[in-house]
Design a protein around this ligand. Structure first.
Ligand code: NAP
Ligand code: SF4
Length: 678
């Protein structure tokens, strides 16, 4: 196994005393929405079994509630519910008897989203829907008993352990923090009393499951809250939980309401692992770290530095269930690397849709989206090597079809080439690398720099033609837009067109936001540079400030930028639920002036004149040197009619199919589903 020499720390087993993990990679907990779906258990069984076959050492399920008030979709508080979970544990152990699977017990407390939600005190969370009901002493005892009962039922259901989540703003963590625990009885007040609930939960869970069952406790090593935990409190909590019977301490960073991004694309890889390393020095049990660890080499360096005993990867296992096996066999270049976009995983979960992965639409759909060997080999031409064309071509070829992939540009990737140039989106280069390699592995014949014509395709003898020809920028028809100061986002991002110091970005969709971020950024001022990134977002040494929070110190903006839209709504309102706030905060910090509810009057040597006000009655000149058009796209589909006229079977996917709301998630899924069906 090549991986064990390249990644000796990743592939060394971990002895837990009572049992052994075969390697140091665990699949972290990720709620999928399958927990509450009617056919969810059968689907979860296959979803987890596929990851077990993929080589991971241990799996943690999505969060499961110990009682009704805990507020998560899936619940485990009865023997009948435990019987359903057997489907999952049997499938995972049948896939690989060495793989361990633990059930995450999640009590969301004040974030439960129901009027029945409970907490130590009636303090509403900034992101909660309801003010929670304050628990009385009997209520607290009931919650603890429910945690213990849930753990015992998990054991009956065949799990190897449980993970208790004691962070993120959920029930246990609200007992710890002074501003959410106003109690003056034996469950609040001094630190020892605020910590008591967490410790009691672990003690009673341990008593319920006996000495051999794995009990993981997840702690916020840095909660990033104003008035959050001091470092000595974090250390003493971890030590107390260890003494109470935890087998493993898992570290987590921030509460959901914290003002710092901790898992988005722009967070540098393994940004917080060193905090885990500092905590680990105070403990005798193994410690897990997490957050933005998406490749085996990153995991190896975290483990080699001694920052953790185990590395948790949740979203990377959605993107590529075979990640660990690929690392083990020296096939890292074949890993479909999670780009931390959240678009199909967390954004789906928060919208109460089944989670999946933008890059891997099979994630959580393993039982219905299958790439089976083709019954009859066909010759297929795929036109366009953006995300839709690449996913379609590679899945088709993996099924045994003969595929020619034509791309007019000199490199593959389409819109992702531009996205990869945005500061903080460097991860998108991994997707380009993945597809370059995938094209080779599957045997797709790639024709770069070749614009396919209808005549050549008609003469090619293809059984099917897939048009994934993408989009062209929409013409906004603004008076004066032929002025030399005007550029399109393609000129700027793809061709490096020069841009002045004062810029108006016309259009505030996803691309307008990206272009504004590109323009305010001075190359080298942050991104992979961790200390600079931490300063920008106000993260400091947790021993110096409670929660590790300091005053943000963003770097000065490289340009003065205006970001404009005609709609009166808040710019960026359509961005992803879990990432939109980060883009808005970053542009605010760079002093980008965002203007909505306007009309464009014209562009001339003085700059861009806009009209504002209820009836667009007020004129305002933006004295800018450059105007960048980010006004959406139109489909490129001129090949459709001549190919259909020539009698060819034509399929149109991606932006060429629908340009409005063009996005990579739909493009990739459409490509994969078509390829699975042909
Ligand atoms: P978009 O989201 O449709 O935004 C187009 C912008 O142009 C809007 O602000 C629109 O606002 C404006 N516009 C449209 N027609 C116009 C006209 N005739 N004159 C002047 N302004 C006009 O398109 P996009 O920004 O190109 O993004 C495309 C897709 O890429 C998005 O849907 C998204 O899925 C994806 N994407 C997402 C992200 C992200 O989430 N971070 C980043 C990049 C790309 P008004 O009509 O109100 O002026
Ligand atoms: Fe990662 Fe994005 Fe896939 Fe989620 S949707 S697993 S963040 S690549």
């Amino acid at each position: 196994m090549i991986g064990s020499t390249r990644y000796p720390h990743v592939f060394s087993p971990l002895d837990l005393g009572t049992t052994r993990l075969k390697n140091r990679i665990l699949m972290g907990s990720m709620h999928t929405g399958l927990e509450e779906a009617p056919d969810g258990f059968a689907r979860m069984a296959e979803y987890f079994a596929e990851r077990a076959r993929g080589g991971v050492g241990m799996i943690i399920t999505g969060g499961i509630a110990p009682n009704l008030e805990a507020g998560v979709g899936g619940k485990l508080s009865t023997a009948a519910e435990a019987a359903q979970h057997r489907l999952i544990t049997s499938a995972v152990h049948a896939a690989d008897a060495e793989v361990k699977i633990c059930l995450q017990i999640l009590h969301t407390g004040a974030l439960a989203g129901t009027p029945a939600c409970v907490a130590p005190s009636a303090v509403k969370s900034r992101i909660g829907r309801y003010t929670p009901n304050e628990l009385d002493h009997a209520g607290i005892e009931k919650q603890i008993a429910d945690f213990a009962q849930c753990a015992a039922l998990a054991q009956d259901a065949g799990y190897d352990g449980v993970e208790i989540i004691g962070s993120a703003g959920y029930l246990i963590s609200t007992f710890l923090v002074e501003k959410t625990n106003l109690r003056t009885d034996c469950w609040g007040g001094s630190w020892d009393k605020r910590m008591r609930f967490a410790v009691e939960v672990v003690k009673r869970v341990r008593a319920a499951v006996g000495p051999r069952f794995i009990v993981i406790f997840r702690i916020a090593a840095m909660d990033m809250l104003d008035g959050g935990l001091a470092w000595d409190e974090v250390v003493s909590l971890a030590q107390a939980v260890q003494a109470a019977g935890a087998t493993i301490i898992s570290t987590h960073f921030c509460w959901h309401e914290a003002p710092v991004p901790t898992i988005a694309t722009m967070v540098p890889r393994a940004a917080f692992a060193q905090v885990t390393g500092r905590l680990r020095k105070h403990l005798g049990v193994p410690v897990i770290t997490s957050n933005r660890i998406n490749m085996p080499a990153v995991a190896e360096s975290v483990l080699a530095r001694g920052d953790a005993d185990l590395v948790s990867m949740a979203r990377p296992m959605l993107a590529d269930p075979e990640l660990v096996n690929k690392a083990a066999h020296g096939r890292d270049d074949e890993i479909n690397t999670c780009i931390a976009c959240n678009q199909a995983c967390l954004d789906h979960v928060f919208a109460r849709r089944t989670a999946s992965c933008l890059l891997n639409p099979r994630a959580c759909h393993e039982t219905e989206l299958e790439y089976l060997p083709a019954a009859r080999t066909k010759r297929v031409a795929v036109v366009g090597a953006g995300m839709a064309g690449l996913s379609c071509a590679t899945v088709l070829a993996s099924r045994g079809h003969q595929v020619d992939l034509f791309e007019a540009a000199a490199e593959l990737g389409g819109q992702f080439v531009m996205a990869s140039r945005i500061p903080g989106k460097e991860e998108f280069r991994e997707t380009l690398r993945y597809f370059r390699r995938r094209v080779e592995v599957t045997g797709v014949r790639l024709h770069l720099g070749q614009r396919a014509t209808a005549a050549a395709l008609a003469a090619g003898g293809y059984d099917e033609v897939v048009l994934a020809t993408g989009v062209v920028p929409r013409d906004p028809r603004i008076p004066g837009q032929e002025h030399p100061m005007v550029r399109s986002y393609v000129d700027v991002l793809l061709h490096g067109a020069p841009v002045g110091k004062r810029v108006a970005v016309v259009g505030a969709g996803g691309i307008g936001f990206d272009v504004a971020a590109f323009l305010v950024h001075t190359p080298g001022d942050h991104g992979p540079d961790l200390p600079a990134w931490l300063r920008t977002w106000g993260v400091t040494d947790p021993a110096l400030a409670r929660g590790g929070l300091a005053t943000p110190q963003p770097p000065p903006a490289a340009r003065q930028v205006y970001l404009l839209q005609r709609k009166a709504s808040r710019p960026g309102a359509g961005l992803g639920k879990t990432t939109g706030w980060i883009h808005r905060a970053a542009l605010k910090a760079a002093k980008v002036e965002q203007l909505a509810g306007l009309a464009y009057e014209g562009i001339d040597d003085r700059g861009l004149t806009i009209r504002l006000g209820k009836d667009r009655e007020k004129s305002r000149l933006l004295e800018v040197d450059s105007v960048v058009l980010c006004t959406g796209q139109a489909s490129q589909r001129e090949l459709v009619a001549p190919l259909q006229a020539a009698g060819l079977m034509v399929h149109v996917i991606g932006g060429a199919d629908v340009a409005v709301e063009l996005d990579a998630k739909r493009a990739i899924e459409q490509g994969c589903r078509l390829a699975a069906a042909l």
